[in-house]
Write a protein that binds this ligand. Structure first.
Ligand code: IFM
Length: 440
């Protein structure tokens, strides 16, 4: 385990800054036969849905190997571990016992547990097109809080409802595989409502440290031409404002509320329940221009020709093995932009995901990526954005949804034949970088 790349020490982050790593249940747990099915199990079983034909039935077998994984977290020296609680597992007999054991193991290792209550693995019998799913999610939140709330202090309601809506329900590239395009909007609204109801349920259970993990990235117009700027603005609404505006401003971006079912105004009061912090998942900026009348291949997706925008290639930047451009400075721009847009309505920010996919154990590119993004984050702090924590995606290589196991985002390599874990160079680099931080 050698972190060869010589970098200058990172700048000092404020005392109490929360350092962590993230995973999600469906991507690492395995033990699919020891829980109820989710929409992802059904989707994966459809031929051609997962690029390498794999399933998450075993994944990293974290369900059985969690003590080894917690030891890796302790060795890394992080303060916190963001994982997700599988809703179908919670619904299964004995399912919550697993999270009980995991949380105990984390506490014993002095790593703070930070559960996400929903990270895309919806119980198979539920459907986000139905409003009732929001109420069911609040029940789920209450059940988990009652069991874990004595040891869990920091909570995340949803992970990336934007991706779950767009990829899962609008474009059909993720479970449940629907291609509803703009008719998928109720899925966004019902997840937001679910979030607000869950915040109330968590508060009723005594929680006072609640956030959400929303994906964000700057949208760059392909040119200054009006049609490109308007198309980029439309894309920005879908990716950045559709979820953040209702949460932080208590209203939908112009033109959206009218398209939604039910008493939207009264739902917005629930959705905008005050948050203790706001989680940002950042990966890349996107260049967007006017529609070009052709299908577009983007990030492993086929975008239809009839969208009111077209995503363009961002030239001049290195790319990860996934083809995602590496643009650390866009993280500073994003955070400063969020502060400008939401002002005092923006609670303290935590970066709940940031990372990259590269092959290999001597992953010097990942070290450069993390180093660059942490410096960019520090520049946002210097510019007055209140950022309180940073979580790397991901602790270990895992099931990357429709890409299967082909994309490796981990600080720890997983051999999918033997399930052996091998810390990569980036693991040693992060461990050593954290030792140079004053921390408390
Ligand atoms: O693996 C995903 C994660 O589940 C959600 N955020 C983005 C990651 C990388 O694609």
């Amino acid at each position: 385990m050698i972190a060869r790349m010589a970098t200058n020490p990172l700048p000092q982050f404020p005392p109490g800054f929360l350092w962590g790593v993230s995973t999600s249940a469906h991507q690492i747990e395995g033990a699919a036969d020891e829980r109820d099915p989710s929409v992802w199990d059904a989707f994966t079983a459809e031929p051609g849905r997962i690029k390498d034909g794999s399933t998450a039935e075993v994944a990293c077998d974290h369900y059985h190997r969690y003590p080894e994984d917690v030891a890796l977290l302790a060795g890394l020296g992080v303060d916190a571990y963001r994982f997700s609680v599988s809703w179908p597992r919670v619904n299964s007999p004995g399912g919550l016992d697993f999270y009980d054991r995991l949380v105990d193991e984390l506490c014993a290792a002095d790593v703070r547990p930070v559960p996400t209550l929903f990270h895309w693995d919806l119980p198979l019998e539920l459907d986000w097109m139905s409003r009732d799913t929001a109420a069911r999610f609040a029940d789920h939140a209450a059940v988990v809080a009652e069991r874990l709330g004595d040891r869990v202090k920091k909570w995340i309601t949803l992970n990336e409802p934007a991706e779950h809506t767009l990829l899962g329900h609008a474009l059909g590239a993720h479970a449940p595989g629907r291609r509803l395009l703009f008719d998928a909007l109720p899925v966004a609204h019902h997840q937001l409502l679910a979030h607000g109801l869950a915040v109330r349920a968590l508060r009723a259970a005594g929680a006072d440290d609640i956030g959400i993990a929303n994906s964000h990235g700057p949208t760059w117009a392909a040119s200054r031409r009006t049609e490109d700027v308007e198309a980029a603005d439309f894309y920005d609404v879908l990716l950045n404002r559709l979820f953040a505006d209702p949460l932080l401003l208590g209203r939908y971006p112009e033109g959206i509320g009218e398209l939604l079912p039910g008493d939207v105004e009264s739902d917005l009061k629930v959705i905008a329940e005050p948050l203790d912090w706001y989680g940002v998942n950042y990966y890349q900026p996107t260049k967007v221009g006017a529609p070009e009348g052709a299908e577009i291949e983007f990030s492993g997706l086929t975008l239809p020709a009839d969208l009111p925008f077209s995503v363009r290639e961002l030239e001049g930047y290195p790319v990860t093995d996934f083809g995602w451009p590496v643009v650390p400075e866009a993280l500073t721009e994003l955070l400063v932009g969020l502060r400008e847009r939401y002002g005092d309505r923006l609670p303290p920010v935590v970066i709940t995901e940031n990372g990259c996919s590269y092959e290999g154990i001597d992953d010097q590119e990942r070290i450069a990526f993390l180093d660059g993004h942490l410096r960019a984050l520090h520049r946002a702090l210097e510019q007055g954005v209140d950022v309180r924590g940073y979580f790397v995606w991901s602790l270990m290589d895992n099931f990357e949804w429709a890409e299967g196991y082909a994309r490796r985002f981990g600080l720890v390599h997983v051999d999918y034949d033997t399930l052996e874990r091998t810390p990569k160079a980036s693991y040693a680099w992060l461990r050593d970088a954290l030792r140079t931080q004053a921390r408390r």
